[in-house]
Design a protein around this ligand. Structure first.
Ligand code: CO8
Length: 257
């Protein structure tokens, strides 16, 4: 399939989605949402894709939702179309996802990065929820996911002042897993994504599901959920292969089954 606002590339078992609206610093209009969600869902169904990388340009991962598109909208327009609700479907993709962020990840851009499972930042990345400066608030989960990632103190300050965080502050706060020099970001993202994609896909899906459950339930329920999945991995061929390869002192050859 071809898309208007993104580029889709395959490197082995990794798919790379690149936001491609350079004229608007990759601002997220409805077409971007439609394209990203459709592409991610199509790739999610493909057994030969083990990790999906989402990235932007060197200057901007995404500078937020498209302000020019939103400006004339009324409450009824927003409510009846349930504006931006389709982004939630990106969070429901079962294949692991990785956001590789360089430059601006503001507003909806920061929220989009937080919808991904692994967040790698270049040393030029800037994160923030500046919506309040436009007279609005985050609308793609930023107030919830940022708070869960960095805690109330910093999330509240960022959402109330619109201040941006640089990559180092974002790493210290726990928003990003690692900082990479800007020139190496895509290579490093591909290395991490390939490592994930070469694991057993069903087992990676279960690991992702288990970690995500930590944000939605109590510790007791979360541990119980993990235990059920842990038992379930013993139904996979990949568990037998992984443990046999260890005993045989050779690399595993997972069949994703
Ligand atoms: N929307 C639309 N166009 C944008 C956006 C945006 N978010 N960001 C940049 N652009 C456009 C500019 O208008 C400009 O276009 P033009 O050349 O036609 O004037 C072009 O991109 C280049 O931008 P700048 O000239 O501003 O570039 P600078 O390098 O000077 O500045 C900044 C870069 C600091 C990133 C600046 O562009 C900026 O502040 N952008 C807006 C950042 C922002 O406020 N983001 C939050 C948007 S609101 C949001 O995300 C809400 C999400 C929730 C909605 C939920 C609805 C239900």
């Amino acid at each position: 399939m071809t898309y208007e606002t993104i580029l889709v590339e395959r490197k082995g078992r990794v798919a790379i989605l690149t936001l491609n609206r350079p004229e608007a610093l990759n601002a997220l209009n409805l077409q971007v949402m439609t394209d990203v969600v459709a592409a991610a869902e199509e790739l999610d169904r493909d057994p030969d894709v083990g990790c999906i990388v989402l990235t932007g340009s060197a200057k901007a991962f995404a500078a937020g939702a498209d302000i020019k598109e939103m400006r004339p909208q009324s409450y009824m327009d927003m409510y009846l179309t349930d504006w931006f609700t389709a982004w939630d479907r990106l969070g429901q993709v079962r294949t692991p996802t990785l956001a590789a962020v360089s430059g601006y990840a503001l507003g909806g851009g920061c929220e989009l990065a937080m919808l991904c499972d692994i967040l790698l930042a270049s040393d030029t990345a800037k994160f923030g929820q500046p919506e309040i400066k436009l007279g609005v608030i985050p609308g793609i989960g930023g107030s919830q996911r940022l708070t869960r990632a960095v805690g109330k103190a910093k999330a509240m300050e960022l959402c109330l002042t619109g201040r941006t965080m640089d990559a180092e502050e974002a790493e210290r706060a726990g928003l990003v897993s690692r900082i990479v020099p800007a020139a190496n970001l895509l290579d490093e993202a591909l290395t991490v994504a390939t490592t994930v994609a070469d694991m057993s896909k069903p087992v990676a899906m279960m690991a992702k599901e288990a970690v995500n459950r930590a944000f939605e339930t109590t510790l007791t329920e979360g541990v119980r959920f993990e235990r059920r999945l842990f038992h379930a991995v013993f139904a996979t061929a990949d568990q037998k292969e992984g443990m046999t390869a260890f005993v045989d002192k050779r690399p595993p050859h997972f069949t994703h089954s």
